[in-house]
Design a protein. Structure first.
Length: 189
């Protein structure tokens, strides 16, 4: 793409590096920002910078948070005896959008995938086992993608949880094989 400004070209390339944003969309966004008041663009840039700088990961469940513990783990309205194990933060958001689940979460940060070089030690499994041992956890719901890798991760974690007095369940298979939770609608979830 030949643009008349190096600054515009740099902005387009930066925006195009985001997932799902192609060069044409990036150009449209950059031109939109160019036509906005400087203060508004500054607020936009500042909010993205502040998000990246200040968001932390909950020390308990590994969800995103503004402090050491996320609002879900801090809530007194949650069922502290149930943990829903998910692959990523987007899965927490998808389940929370249903407004039906009232327990806690545990974000693994991925699933076991030898092809991609992701093993059990690369995931937040040890902290899940610590929670199962220390807390009064009665049930662990495995809400991982219905793929071979997801099923392998469920099997691996289920075996590790056997030594604790914890019931291990999985979500219903209304999500198509190979589908991700973040793409399922509220009714399916």
């Amino acid at each position: 793409m030949n643009l008349s400004s190096k600054y515009l070209e740099d902005a387009v390339n930066a925006l195009a590096s985001l997932p799902g944003i192609g060069k044409k969309t990036a150009l449209r966004l950059a031109l939109h920002l160019l036509n906005q008041p400087e203060e508004k663009v500054g607020e936009f840039a500042s909010s993205v910078t502040q998000m990246r700088k200040n968001i932390q990961f909950c020390k308990t469940c590994h969800n995103i948070s503004d402090s050491d513990k996320c609002l879900i783990c801090e809530s007194n309205r949650r069922d502290k005896s149930t943990i829903c194990v998910v692959e990523g933060i987007r899965d927490v958001m998808a389940i929370e959008d249903t407004s039906h689940y009232r327990g806690l979460y545990h974000v693994l940060g991925g699933i076991i995938s030898p092809i991609e070089g992701i093993g059990p030690n690369d995931l937040n499994i040890a902290s899940l086992l610590e929670r199962a041992a220390a807390d009064n956890i009665k049930e662990v719901i495995m809400a991982l993608s219905p793929t071979i890798e997801g099923d392998t991760t469920i099997f691996y974690i289920s075996k590790l949880l056997q030594k604790y007095n914890v019931k291990v369940t999985t979500i219903a298979r209304g999500v198509a094989f190979g589908g991700g939770l973040q793409y399922a609608d509220e009714v399916i979830l």
